[in-house]
Design a binder for this molecule. Structure first.
Ligand SMILES: Nc1nc2c(ncn2[C@@H]2O[C@H](COP(=O)(O)OP(=O)(O)OP(=O)(O)O)[C@@H](O)[C@H]2O)c(=O)[nH]1
Ligand SMILES: [Mg+2]
Length: 503
């Protein structure tokens, strides 16, 4: 399915092309094999690929005024996002590259669209966020910017996390929104600043509950920003220690998560005169900003892992789903067969008993043996008819109800992976069985099960092989083939230049 081993170098000139080709293959695999099954059985309401078909995304979360927007502006090379001391921006802004505009020297916003557009245009993966309502829609927007930084990733800037705000104040469920966005994102940056290394309430909930539930640990990166505002190296160490302590308390982990320390050169320059600080420690930490950028540039690679995990997870869940249906259908078939046989014996008995009764009681005089066996046969058939139409039907629906009440017996749940996937599909199985009253074709489900299983077993393995192959292509081998206009090359220039003012 995927070009692996020696074919790789010849087949694709650039790693980016290879990544794109892999991405397209994975999306096709989902669209062709998993989505039809997912839609048909009510496992998903929208095509599965809706959320993953767009570009790689980096979600930037964090405390209010922690410098999220300033950091983004610095990456983009222009003042694209509003910044300010108080909680400034209460919007979710998707910032993406505009490929219809030819690169010019000035980085600027080339197009702006509102939330309604963003939630309704099928090109974007945000359709499922419509459920958050009108207030959310009015706080959601799109900005297209011609910054080279955005060539391989889109960035989502978010409203700062606050202490005192409630869901009613925001008008939508903030945690659910960031959960939905985190699920789609390939990298989530959680930004703190030196002043608020202690976390605010919304940050606490998101780190403790929302992010672990909606994304993977390795997709979350903590950033301590505005470190130029520490008064000395000692002060920085104290702030860093406080943040480590807080994070380990919140996450409940013994190990200290990786935290990148950074600051905005432009913001630091403009606030440098405000107080006397010994910031000589900063130049030892310049590499941290570079590492942060590298982490962002790894997002497209993460996207492939993300897609591979997506195929594996949904492939596994859908095959588990179909397996449960096969088991249900087989169970009901055996049950019906057993009870049909019982009915058959009962009707034979009843027919025999009727013939015998007629013979013994002589109620109808003058019946010869043929007439007696005919009468017995009619009684037997009548009993069988009654059995099949009423008794068997009622037994079957009782059995159907008991299986729904006891769904967990449908498939073996002998390890945690099985239990997790069952947890994710249990409700869908119940809904489907109730909706169809258990009437569906066993042969069809078996066929689909085999197809999904193939994607899960073979497709997922091939994806992993291709990803490993990709990891072995050394960057330096590709460096001279690399297009100088790629994001990485252009970024170096853009972040070292003064930011451009945009209107
Ligand atoms: N000294 C210094 N100031 C910074 C730095 N980053 C941001 N600031 C200042 O901090 C203030 C808040 O920055 P923003 O970028 O608006 O912060 P934000 O996290 O986007 O804030 P909200 O959108 O309100 O959540 C602004 O006045 C920035 O100039 C930094 O690295 N160093
Ligand atoms: Mg902001």
């Amino acid at each position: 399915m995927f070009p692996v081993n020696g074919e790789l170098g010849e087949k694709f000139m650039y790693r980016e092309n290879y990544i794109n080709a892999l991405r397209a293959e994975l999306l096709d695999m989902v669209a062709d094999h998993l989505t039809p099954v997912a839609l048909r059985y009510g496992y998903s309401e929208v095509p599965l690929e809706t959320n993953i078909k767009w570009r790689p995304q980096v979600l930037v979360l964090g405390n209010y005024s922690s410098g999220k927007s300033t950091l983004i502006n610095e990456f983009l090379g222009a003042y694209i996002q509003p910044t300010g001391q108080a909680p400034t921006d209460d919007s979710f802004t998707v910032i993406t590259y505009d490929d219809s505009v030819r690169d010019d020297r000035t980085v600027r916003i080339t197009e702006e669209r509102d939330g309604k557009f963003l939630l309704n245009d099928p090109e974007y993966p945000f359709e499922s966020l419509k459920k958050h309502g009108q207030r959310f829609t009015s706080h959601f927007r799109l900005k297209k910017v011609n910054s080279p930084f955005l060539k391989s990733v889109a960035i989502i800037d978010t409203p700062g996390m606050l202490d005192s705000i409630t869901e009613r104040d925001r008008g939508y469920n903030y945690q659910e929104v960031i959960g939905d966005l985190a699920q789609i994102a390939d990298l989530v940056l959680v930004v703190f600043d030196a002043h608020k290394a202690g976390t605010v309430r919304e940050a606490y909930i998101s780190i403790r509950e929302t992010l672990p539930a909606r994304t993977f640990e390795d997709r979350v990166l903590f950033v301590l920003n505005r470190i130029d505002e520490c008064t000395s190296l000692n002060d920085l160490l104290r702030v860093y220690g406080t943040l480590c302590w807080n994070l380990s308390q919140i996450t409940g982990r013994k190990d200290i998560p990786m935290i990148r320390l950074t600051y905005s050169r432009h913001a630091a320059a403009s606030s440098a005169g405000e107080s006397k600080r010994d910031t000589s420690y900063l130049h030892h930490l310049e590499n941290q900003r570079e590492e942060l950028k590298q982490a962002i540039f790894q997002a497209p690679r993460h996207r492939l892992d993300h897609l591979a995990t997506f195929v594996e997870t949904h492939g596994e869940r859908l095959s588990h789903f179909l397996e449960a249906l096969v088991s249900y259908r087989k169970g009901i078939r055996t049950f019906r067969l057993k009870h049909a046989l019982t009915g058959f014996f009962i009707s034979v008995l009843c027919g025999g008993a009727a013939a015998f009764g007629l013979m013994m009681t002589n109620v109808v005089p003058g019946m010869d043996p043929r007439m007696l066996s005919g009468a017995g046969g009619v009684v037997g058939l009548a009993v069988l008819f009654f059995w099949v139409t009423f008794v068997l039907k009622s037994f079957t629906s009782k059995y159907h109800r008991s299986r729904i009440d006891d769904l967990d017996t449908l498939t073996p749940l002998d390890n945690q992976t099985r239990r997790d996937s069952w947890e994710a599909i249990r409700t869908f199985v119940s809904i489907y069985l109730k909706r169809t009253a258990g009437r569906f074709s066993l042969r069809e489900v078996k066929r689909e099960y085999a197809a999904v299983r193939r994607v899960y077993d073979r497709g997922a393995r091939e994806i992993r092989e291709a990803l490993n192959e990709l990891a072995t292509i050394a960057d330096d081998k590709l460096a001279d083939m690399h297009d100088p206009n790629t994001a990485e090359a252009s970024l170096k220039e853009s972040t070292d230049k003064p930011l451009q003012r945009v209107k």
